[in-house]
Design a protein around this ligand. Structure first.
Ligand SMILES: [Fe+2]
Length: 263
C-alpha cells in the first residue's frame, strides 16, 4: 500500500541557507524554486521541500539510506569534501554500528536550521535496484521522525489503517514501515540520538507514496472521518497528531521492499 516517502516538507528561516546546504554541499538538484519555497530532488522518487517561515524551526529527524558498500565514501564526502561535521556520541564516536556487528551502520549531522539528518546503511539492502542519487549516493529516504504524545496510539493507527509493519516496538519508540518508508514514532519525552536532542514536533508535511490511484482511493476510504486539508485526483492530505500527512499516487512498484530485500 505505502511504498515510500515521496516528499518531506519542512520549514526553514533561510531559503538561501537550505540552497547552500542541500544543493551546494549535498549536491541535490533544485527542481522548484519560488520566493517562499525550494524543492530538491533527493532520488527519482523523492523530493525534499523547504518553506520559509517567520517562526522558530523545531528540528525534524530524517535518514537517507545509502549503499553499504559506499558508506565510507559517503562519510569521506560529508567530512572532507563538504566539510560538514558529524555529530558525536557522548563517548566521542561519530560512526555507530547497530543490530548485529557488520549489519548496520550510521552517522548523524545537522543542517543550518538544526534539522537532524542521518546517513544509514544496511548490509542486506540490494544495491542494484535503485539508482544512487548524488554524492551521498542516496537510495531512498528511509526515516522520518514523528514525535508524538502517545506512541501506541499513533503506531496503532498507521498499522491498523495502512497495514504498516511494526518493528522495535517499545512504549516510547516504534518503527512503522511501509515499503521503504520507516516512520520513526518517538515519544516527545524521548530524546533523539546521538546528541540527546529534545524531540520537538516539527512543523512538517510528510507525503507517503502509494502504489497507483486505486490504492489512493482505498486510502480515502481508510481515512474517512479524518480532517481533510486538501484532496485531488492524485493526492489526499489529512491532519493527524498535528502533522500534515499526505498520500500521493505514484508509480513506484508495490513490491519495492521485496525487490530491495528489506526484511
Ligand atoms: Fe534515525
Amino acid at each position: 500500500m505505502i511504498t515510500h516517502f515521496a516528499d518531506l516538507a519542512l520549514h526553514t528561516v533561510s531559503l538561501e541557507g537550505v540552497r547552500q546546504f542541500y544543493n551546494g554541499l549535498l549536491g541535490m538538484p533544485v527542481v522548484f524554486e519560488s520566493d517562499k519555497e525550494i524543492r530538491f530532488q533527493v532520488t527519482p522518487f523523492t523530493t525534499l521541500t523547504f518553506t520559509e517561515a517567520y517562526e522558530p524551526v523545531a528540528p525534524a529527524h530524517f535518514a537517507f539510506e545509502v549503499p553499504w558498500s559506499a558508506f565510507s565514501d559517503v562519510i569521506a564526502y560529508l567530512k572532507e569534501t563538504a566539510g560538514i561535521p558529524l555529530l558525536r556520541w557522548p563517548d566521542g564516536r561519530e560512526i555507530a554500528e547497530f543490530d548485529e556487528p557488520g549489519s548496520g551502520i550510521n552517522a548523524y549531522f545537522r543542517d543550518g536550521d538544526g534539522h537532524l539528518l542521518e546517513v544509514i546503511a544496511h548490509r542486506y539492502v540490494r544495491e542494484d535496484v535503485l539508482p544512487q542519487g548524488g554524492p551521498l549516493k542516496v537510495l531512498y529516504l528511509r526515516e522520518v521522525g514523528f514525535p508524538v504524545e502517545d506512541v501506541s496510539e499513533f503506531r496503532g493507527w498507521l498499522s491498523g489503517r495502512f497495514g504498516m509493519k511494526l518493528a522495535k516496538v517499545f512504549d516510547d519508540f516504534t518503527f512503522a514501515i511501509g515499503g521503504t518508508a520507516h516512520a520513526v514514532i518517538a515519544s516527545k519525552q524521548r530524546r533523539w540520538i546521538p546528541i540527546r536532542m529534545y524531540a520537538l514536533p516539527p512543523n512538517m508535511t510528510v507525503t507517503f507514496g502509494v502504489s497507483g490511484r486505486h490504492t489512493l482511493e482505498r486510502i480515502r476510504e481508510l481515512t474517512a472521518g479524518e480532517p481533510i486539508l486538501s484532496s485531488g485526483e492524485d493526492e489526499l492530505t489529512i491532519m493527524r497528531n498535528d502533522y500534515r500527512i499526505r498520500f500521493a499516487a505514484t508509480d513506484v512498484p508495490a513490491d519495492i521492499a521485496v525487490r530491495l530485500n528489506l526484511p
